[in-house]
Every structure is written in structure tokens, then in C-alpha cells.
Ligand binder design. Structure first.
Ligand SMILES: [Zn+2]
Ligand SMILES: [Zn+2]
Length: 337
């Protein structure tokens, strides 16, 4: 099969992925073989490919095929797979498998299982014509969603849902969305579904136009204005949600949040000085559990959650990574093998 493979870490400008022929994998017991129809390109793929996540032990093997927001068709069932048929349209998200036995798995929080395996980081991912998936971690996808619009539900979609879930939103609350990319554009929509008002903060005009289109009430270009000052002028935020991978942005979000407010952070940042007497709550968030993944697919299939995407052939994977790195992707880029 054709795949985009990472052999060694290099900057996106140096075309780190090679398009090559590799053996098509075989599904083991409890696994399925999926023919990939579309795979989204995530910023975390870029971090891994450029070697930034070596310090976290990611990827755990080289060479590796990246990609973890995948739509495809089940073409082969491994031994003992039940409840899935050949020909089913399915999605695969970053959580490739979980142990099913630990306290977190038993509490429906398998996305933080210490033994979880990550798609495209511990096992080969979706920048390829085929992928092997754990049958317990695939999700049926209705026909009214195209592969290109459904693929990003499986990382930015579930990630946005997880973040908004932790924010405990109520109608009328004011939510700041810091970073309007793949995840941010879905956070905005989910916050609006809760009846909240959205302040979108981004350094890039193209991202702010996306936020405006989706219904954000205030738009702040942080390369031109100080977002803390601007937000304090309108009375501060009840909740800040941060998906821009920058410690400076996390600090701005914290300072823009009202006393007793909540700051939800879904990226690696350094948190400095912590004024306890402001009684703010800081919560981390990472993807989400399987039941929430189903909710995300349902919302999209009912037309309540839209994915803004641009599509490229798999061969252009390197070009797409460069565009993503330089902020030239409006919301989400999707590769088609
Ligand atoms: Zn992702
Ligand atoms: Zn577990």
C-alpha cells in the first residue's frame, strides 16, 4: 500500500515524510483492517514529525506512519471481532486502544488510561491507504457525512467537545477561545450551542474571519492589540479555552478570566505565577472518551457541528505540514489517499 512515512525527525520545510510502498498490515485478533478514505492533519502530527515530542517518548517507534483522525471502510475482520461488519464506514481517533481494566477505563475515562496506545504515535496511523484498528475503538459514521468532513471530528471534534464539557457552560456566559484553528473552530460552535457568547482571539486574520463566520461576537487580533486589555474592557471572561500552543497565550487567557472563572488548557504550556486568591480553576483537557465521540458524530450528522476543511491528495502531506506550520490552513486540512 501507499503511505507517507516518517524515518527521521526534520523540520516541515525539509519534507520529512517520504511517500512509499509498504506492506499492507494484517488485522490481529480483535482488530479490523480499514481502507482509509480521509485523514486529517493535526498540529500534534507536526510536533511529532519535527521531533519536538521526543522528550515525551513520542513516537515510540521509527519509522512510523502519522495521522490520527481517520475515516474509512472496514475491509477485513480479525479473529473474534463482533458487532462490526465488512463494509461499515468507521472513524478512528487518537486513542487507538486502552487497557479496559484500570480505574480510568472503568470510569469511562479511557482517554487518560495510562496504558493507552495512540494512533500514529505508538502504532501506524492514517497517512496511508490502509490502517489496522482495535475494533473496540472504532465508531460507525452515518452516510450523510462525507469522509472529508467527518475525519476532523475524530480529533479536533472530540477535543473541542472534551474542553467545552469541562467548562460547565451556561447560556449567557462569555467564553474566550484562544487559538482558532482545527480545534478552536469547533470549540466556538459548541460554546454557541450552549448559549454562550464567544470572544475569539487569534494572531491571524484568516482565522478570525472563520470565527466571525461561525458567529463569534467579538474578534481580537492579538498581533495588533493586547487581548487582556481588550477583554477587560468588555468585563472579562467566565471561561477561557486555550488551544494556541503558547505559554504567553495561556497567561493572557488566565489574566482575561474573571475571578472564580475557569481556564481550560488543551496544549503544552508553562504556567507561571498562580494567584490563589483569585480562586480561578485551571483544567487540562485531552481528546475525550468513547461516549463523547459518539455525541460528536451525532451532532455533526444532525448538522449542528460543521467542519471547515480543505482537501489534498496524500502525496502532498509535506506541503500541508508546511502550510499548517505557517498558519496558512484556515481550519483543517485533510489528506485523501
Ligand atoms: Zn489531533
Ligand atoms: Zn485503562
Amino acid at each position: 500500500m501507499k503511505a507517507a512515512v516518517l524515518h527521521e525527525f526534520r523540520p516541515a520545510e525539509e519534507s520529512p515524510l517520504t511517500i512509499e510502498d509498504v506492506p499492507t498490515p494484517n488485522p490481529g485478533p480483535g482488530q479490523v483492517l480499514v481502507k482509509v478514505h480521509a485523514c486529517g492533519v493535526c498540529r500534534s502530527n507536526l510536533h511529532m514529525i519535527e521531533g519536538e515530542w521526543r522528550r515525551y517518548g513520542i513516537p515510540s517507534k521509527l519509522p512510523i506512519i502519522p495521522g490520527h483522525e481517520i475515516i474509512g471502510e472496514v475491509v477485513e475482520l480479525g479473529e473474534g471481532v463482533e458487532g462490526l461488519r465488512k463494509g461499515a464506514r468507521v472513524g478512528i481517533q487518537p486513542i487507538w486502544s486502552s487497557c479496559g481494566r484500570c480505574d480510568y477505563c472503568l470510569r469511562g475515562m479511557e482517554h487518560i488510561c495510562p496504558e493507552k496506545k495512540l494512533t500514529g504515535e505508538h502504532v501506524d496511523g492514517g497517512y496511508a491507504e490502509y490502517i489496522v484498528a482495535d475494533a473496540r475503538h472504532v465508531y460507525e459514521v452515518p452516510d450523510n457525512l462525507s469522509p472529508e468532513e467527518a475525519a476532523p471530528l475524530f480529533c479536533p471534534g472530540i477535543t473541542a467537545y472534551g474542553a467545552v464539557m469541562k467548562a460547565d457552560l451556561r447560556p449567557g456566559m462569555r467564553v474566550g477561545v484562544f487559538g482558532v484553528g482545527g480545534v478552536g473552530h469547533m470549540v466556538i460552535q459548541l460554546a454557541l450551542l450552549h448559549g454562550a457568547d464567544v470572544v475569539a482571539v487569534s494572531r491571524r486574520e484568516n482565522h478570525l474571519r472563520v470565527a466571525e463566520r461561525l458567529g463569534a461576537k467579538w474578534l481580537i487580533n492579538s498581533s495588533e492589540k493586547d487581548p487582556v486589555e481588550e477583554i477587560r474592557r468588555i468585563g472579562g471572561l467566565d471561561v477561557s479555552i486555550v488551544f494556541a500552543p503558547s505559554s504567553k497565550v495561556a497567561e493572557q487567557a488566565f489574566k482575561s478570566t474573571k475571578l472564580h472563572g475557569t481556564v481550560v488548557i488543551g496544549v503544552h504550556v508553562e504556567l507561571g505565577w498562580f494567584p490563589f486568591y483569585e480562586e480561578k480553576r485551571v483544567v487540562g483537557t485531552v481528546v475525550g472518551p468513547r461516549w463523547a465521540m459518539r455525541e460528536v458524530v451525532r451532532l455533526a450528522s444532525e448538522g449542528k457541528l460543521k467542519v471547515i476543511h480543505e482537501d489534498y491528495p496524500l502525496e502532498k502531506a509535506n506541503e500541508v505540514l508546511r502550510k499548517l506550520k505557517h498558519g496558512e490552513v484556515d481550519a483543517r486540512a485533510v489528506l485523501i489517499p
